[in-house]
Design a protein around this ligand. Structure first.
Ligand code: ATP
Length: 237
Protein backbone atom coordinates (compact mmCIF):
# COMPACT_ATOMS: atom_id res chain seq x y z
CA UNK A 1 0.00 0.00 0.00
CA UNK A 2 1.25 3.51 -0.72
CA UNK A 3 2.23 5.83 2.10
CA UNK A 4 -0.60 7.79 3.71
CA UNK A 5 -0.92 11.42 2.62
CA UNK A 6 -1.24 12.39 6.29
CA UNK A 7 -0.10 10.58 9.41
CA UNK A 8 -0.15 11.43 13.08
CA UNK A 9 1.99 9.53 15.54
CA UNK A 10 1.84 9.75 19.33
CA UNK A 11 0.14 13.15 19.37
CA UNK A 12 -0.20 14.90 22.72
CA UNK A 13 -1.85 18.28 23.27
CA UNK A 14 -1.97 19.98 26.64
CA UNK A 15 -3.63 23.20 27.75
CA UNK A 16 -1.79 24.03 30.93
CA UNK A 17 -2.47 20.98 33.06
CA UNK A 18 -5.36 19.70 30.93
CA UNK A 19 -4.24 16.70 28.88
CA UNK A 20 -6.62 17.09 25.96
CA UNK A 21 -4.90 14.60 23.62
CA UNK A 22 -2.99 11.75 25.20
CA UNK A 23 -1.02 9.92 22.54
CA UNK A 24 -3.20 9.61 19.46
CA UNK A 25 -2.02 8.03 16.21
CA UNK A 26 -3.86 7.73 12.93
CA UNK A 27 -3.28 7.53 9.21
CA UNK A 28 -5.14 9.06 6.29
CA UNK A 29 -4.69 7.37 2.91
CA UNK A 30 -4.71 9.65 -0.12
CA UNK A 31 -8.23 10.17 -1.45
CA UNK A 32 -9.91 8.65 1.60
CA UNK A 33 -12.47 10.10 3.95
CA UNK A 34 -11.35 9.49 7.52
CA UNK A 35 -13.50 10.49 10.44
CA UNK A 36 -12.65 11.19 14.07
CA UNK A 37 -15.72 10.77 16.22
CA UNK A 38 -16.35 10.92 19.96
CA UNK A 39 -18.20 12.76 22.66
CA UNK A 40 -17.94 16.41 23.49
CA UNK A 41 -14.49 17.09 24.95
CA UNK A 42 -12.91 13.85 23.66
CA UNK A 43 -10.13 15.85 22.00
CA UNK A 44 -11.26 15.89 18.37
CA UNK A 45 -10.85 19.62 17.78
CA UNK A 46 -7.49 19.62 19.52
CA UNK A 47 -6.23 16.91 17.17
CA UNK A 48 -7.43 18.82 14.12
CA UNK A 49 -5.97 22.10 15.36
CA UNK A 50 -2.63 20.42 15.97
CA UNK A 51 -2.63 19.02 12.42
CA UNK A 52 -3.50 22.40 10.90
CA UNK A 53 -0.88 24.26 12.92
CA UNK A 54 -3.29 26.15 15.16
CA UNK A 55 -2.06 24.56 18.38
CA UNK A 56 1.44 23.37 19.09
CA UNK A 57 1.51 19.73 20.21
CA UNK A 58 3.37 18.78 23.34
CA UNK A 59 4.61 15.66 21.65
CA UNK A 60 4.16 13.62 18.51
CA UNK A 61 4.98 13.71 14.82
CA UNK A 62 2.65 14.86 12.05
CA UNK A 63 3.61 14.03 8.46
CA UNK A 64 2.04 15.37 5.28
CA UNK A 65 3.17 13.87 1.98
CA UNK A 66 6.15 12.35 3.74
CA UNK A 67 7.36 15.62 5.26
CA UNK A 68 7.48 16.30 8.98
CA UNK A 69 5.13 19.28 9.35
CA UNK A 70 4.76 19.15 13.13
CA UNK A 71 6.14 22.64 13.65
CA UNK A 72 4.85 24.31 10.53
CA UNK A 73 2.66 27.37 11.06
CA UNK A 74 -0.90 27.31 9.74
CA UNK A 75 -0.31 29.66 6.77
CA UNK A 76 2.52 27.48 5.47
CA UNK A 77 0.31 24.40 5.73
CA UNK A 78 -2.48 26.11 3.78
CA UNK A 79 -0.04 26.90 0.98
CA UNK A 80 1.13 23.28 1.02
CA UNK A 81 -2.45 22.03 0.60
CA UNK A 82 -3.68 21.30 4.14
CA UNK A 83 -6.72 23.45 4.81
CA UNK A 84 -9.16 23.49 7.72
CA UNK A 85 -12.83 24.41 7.90
CA UNK A 86 -13.02 25.54 11.52
CA UNK A 87 -15.60 24.62 14.12
CA UNK A 88 -18.35 27.23 14.24
CA UNK A 89 -17.72 28.27 10.56
CA UNK A 90 -15.82 31.48 11.51
CA UNK A 91 -16.98 33.48 8.54
CA UNK A 92 -16.26 37.19 8.83
CA UNK A 93 -19.75 38.52 9.39
CA UNK A 94 -19.22 42.15 8.44
CA UNK A 95 -17.47 41.28 5.17
CA UNK A 96 -19.42 40.23 2.10
CA UNK A 97 -19.65 36.66 0.87
CA UNK A 98 -17.32 37.58 -2.01
CA UNK A 99 -14.77 39.11 0.37
CA UNK A 100 -14.84 36.03 2.59
CA UNK A 101 -14.17 33.86 -0.45
CA UNK A 102 -11.26 36.02 -1.61
CA UNK A 103 -9.65 35.63 1.79
CA UNK A 104 -9.67 31.87 1.31
CA UNK A 105 -7.44 32.29 -1.73
CA UNK A 106 -5.06 34.95 -0.41
CA UNK A 107 -2.09 32.93 -1.62
CA UNK A 108 -3.52 31.82 -4.98
CA UNK A 109 -2.66 34.93 -7.00
CA UNK A 110 -3.81 34.68 -10.59
CA UNK A 111 -5.94 31.56 -10.07
CA UNK A 112 -8.06 33.20 -7.34
CA UNK A 113 -10.60 34.54 -9.79
CA UNK A 114 -11.10 31.21 -11.53
CA UNK A 115 -11.36 29.41 -8.20
CA UNK A 116 -14.04 31.81 -6.99
CA UNK A 117 -15.96 31.28 -10.24
CA UNK A 118 -15.74 27.52 -9.72
CA UNK A 119 -17.21 27.65 -6.21
CA UNK A 120 -19.99 29.98 -7.38
CA UNK A 121 -20.89 27.30 -9.90
CA UNK A 122 -20.89 24.69 -7.19
CA UNK A 123 -22.74 26.88 -4.66
CA UNK A 124 -25.20 29.03 -6.63
CA UNK A 125 -26.68 30.39 -3.41
CA UNK A 126 -23.31 32.00 -2.61
CA UNK A 127 -23.28 33.63 -6.03
CA UNK A 128 -26.77 34.99 -5.43
CA UNK A 129 -25.70 36.33 -2.06
CA UNK A 130 -22.17 37.40 -3.01
CA UNK A 131 -22.74 41.07 -2.16
CA UNK A 132 -24.42 40.42 1.17
CA UNK A 133 -22.64 40.50 4.49
CA UNK A 134 -21.77 36.96 5.52
CA UNK A 135 -23.41 37.59 8.90
CA UNK A 136 -26.78 37.89 7.15
CA UNK A 137 -26.63 34.29 5.86
CA UNK A 138 -28.40 31.38 7.54
CA UNK A 139 -26.35 28.87 9.54
CA UNK A 140 -26.41 26.41 6.65
CA UNK A 141 -25.32 29.05 4.15
CA UNK A 142 -22.52 30.15 6.45
CA UNK A 143 -21.35 26.54 6.65
CA UNK A 144 -21.35 26.32 2.85
CA UNK A 145 -19.41 29.60 2.72
CA UNK A 146 -16.87 28.27 5.19
CA UNK A 147 -16.41 25.11 3.09
CA UNK A 148 -16.31 27.11 -0.15
CA UNK A 149 -13.68 29.45 1.30
CA UNK A 150 -11.50 26.44 2.10
CA UNK A 151 -11.99 24.96 -1.40
CA UNK A 152 -10.67 28.16 -2.96
CA UNK A 153 -7.33 27.37 -1.36
CA UNK A 154 -7.27 24.16 -3.47
CA UNK A 155 -6.70 21.74 -0.59
CA UNK A 156 -5.21 18.31 -1.06
CA UNK A 157 -6.39 17.46 2.42
CA UNK A 158 -9.47 19.18 3.78
CA UNK A 159 -9.98 19.13 7.54
CA UNK A 160 -13.60 19.64 8.57
CA UNK A 161 -14.47 20.38 12.19
CA UNK A 162 -18.09 19.57 13.10
CA UNK A 163 -19.64 20.83 9.86
CA UNK A 164 -23.11 19.62 10.89
CA UNK A 165 -23.12 21.36 14.25
CA UNK A 166 -26.29 23.28 15.03
CA UNK A 167 -27.88 22.72 11.62
CA UNK A 168 -31.38 21.44 10.83
CA UNK A 169 -31.54 17.82 9.58
CA UNK A 170 -32.26 18.83 5.99
CA UNK A 171 -29.24 21.15 5.96
CA UNK A 172 -27.11 18.43 7.53
CA UNK A 173 -28.04 16.25 4.52
CA UNK A 174 -26.86 19.02 2.20
CA UNK A 175 -23.57 19.40 4.07
CA UNK A 176 -22.91 15.66 3.86
CA UNK A 177 -23.77 15.69 0.15
CA UNK A 178 -21.18 18.44 -0.37
CA UNK A 179 -18.58 16.45 1.59
CA UNK A 180 -19.29 13.41 -0.59
CA UNK A 181 -18.84 15.52 -3.73
CA UNK A 182 -15.57 16.92 -2.45
CA UNK A 183 -14.10 13.49 -1.86
CA UNK A 184 -15.31 12.36 -5.28
CA UNK A 185 -13.10 15.03 -6.82
CA UNK A 186 -10.14 13.24 -5.24
CA UNK A 187 -9.64 15.55 -2.26
CA UNK A 188 -8.69 13.72 0.91
CA UNK A 189 -11.03 14.53 3.80
CA UNK A 190 -10.59 14.36 7.57
CA UNK A 191 -13.96 14.84 9.22
CA UNK A 192 -14.44 15.53 12.92
CA UNK A 193 -18.00 14.92 14.04
CA UNK A 194 -20.12 14.38 17.11
CA UNK A 195 -22.73 12.94 14.76
CA UNK A 196 -20.86 9.64 14.76
CA UNK A 197 -23.37 7.50 12.95
CA UNK A 198 -23.66 9.93 10.09
CA UNK A 199 -19.91 10.50 9.85
CA UNK A 200 -19.08 6.78 9.91
CA UNK A 201 -21.69 6.11 7.23
CA UNK A 202 -19.87 8.60 4.97
CA UNK A 203 -16.31 7.56 5.83
CA UNK A 204 -13.84 4.90 4.73
CA UNK A 205 -12.05 4.71 8.07
CA UNK A 206 -12.99 5.84 11.54
CA UNK A 207 -11.28 6.56 14.83
CA UNK A 208 -13.34 6.78 18.00
CA UNK A 209 -11.81 9.16 20.54
CA UNK A 210 -12.43 8.91 24.24
CA UNK A 211 -10.84 11.29 26.74
CA UNK A 212 -7.90 12.06 24.51
CA UNK A 213 -7.21 8.53 23.33
CA UNK A 214 -8.30 6.28 20.46
CA UNK A 215 -10.68 3.68 21.88
CA UNK A 216 -11.67 2.00 18.60
CA UNK A 217 -10.54 2.27 15.01
CA UNK A 218 -11.00 0.50 11.72
CA UNK A 219 -12.98 0.49 8.50
CA UNK A 220 -15.98 2.74 9.11
CA UNK A 221 -18.54 0.09 8.18
CA UNK A 222 -17.03 -2.27 10.75
CA UNK A 223 -17.25 0.37 13.49
CA UNK A 224 -20.87 1.00 12.53
CA UNK A 225 -21.57 -2.70 12.99
CA UNK A 226 -19.57 -3.04 16.23
CA UNK A 227 -21.95 -3.43 19.15
CA UNK A 228 -19.50 -2.02 21.67
CA UNK A 229 -19.08 1.12 19.59
CA UNK A 230 -22.81 1.40 19.02
CA UNK A 231 -23.64 1.06 22.70
CA UNK A 232 -21.00 3.49 23.88
CA UNK A 233 -21.07 6.14 21.18
CA UNK A 234 -23.90 5.81 18.75
CA UNK A 235 -26.93 5.33 20.99
CA UNK A 236 -29.42 2.56 20.52
CA UNK A 237 -31.76 4.09 17.97
P1 ATP B 1 -15.98 19.55 21.17
O1 ATP B 1 -16.90 18.70 20.42
O2 ATP B 1 -16.60 20.19 22.37
O3 ATP B 1 -15.19 20.51 20.34
P2 ATP B 1 -13.67 17.91 21.22
O4 ATP B 1 -13.77 16.41 21.19
O5 ATP B 1 -13.36 18.58 19.96
O6 ATP B 1 -14.97 18.52 21.83
P3 ATP B 1 -11.58 19.45 22.39
O7 ATP B 1 -12.28 20.71 22.05
O8 ATP B 1 -10.36 19.10 21.64
O9 ATP B 1 -12.60 18.23 22.31
O10 ATP B 1 -11.27 19.47 23.95
C1 ATP B 1 -10.56 18.41 24.63
C2 ATP B 1 -10.36 18.82 26.08
O11 ATP B 1 -9.51 19.94 26.14
C3 ATP B 1 -11.62 19.22 26.81
O12 ATP B 1 -11.52 18.76 28.13
C4 ATP B 1 -11.61 20.71 26.76
O13 ATP B 1 -12.29 21.27 27.86
C5 ATP B 1 -10.13 21.02 26.82
N1 ATP B 1 -9.79 22.25 26.11
C6 ATP B 1 -9.99 22.51 24.81
N2 ATP B 1 -9.50 23.72 24.45
C7 ATP B 1 -8.99 24.26 25.58
C8 ATP B 1 -8.33 25.47 25.88
N3 ATP B 1 -8.11 26.40 24.94
N4 ATP B 1 -7.93 25.68 27.15
C9 ATP B 1 -8.14 24.74 28.10
N5 ATP B 1 -8.74 23.56 27.90
C10 ATP B 1 -9.16 23.31 26.64
Amino acid sequence: MSDPILSVEGLQVNYGRVEAVRGISFEVPEGALVTLVGANGAGKTSVLNAVSGLVRPRQGVIKFKGQDITKWPAHRLVKAGLVQVPEGREVLGTLTVAENLSLGGWHRGSTLHANVAKVYERFPVLFERRKLQAGALSGGEQQMLSIARALIAEPEVLLLDEPSMGLAPKIVDEVFAVIEEIRQTGTTVVLVEQNARRALAAADFGYVLETGEVSHSGPAHELLADEKVIEAYLGLD
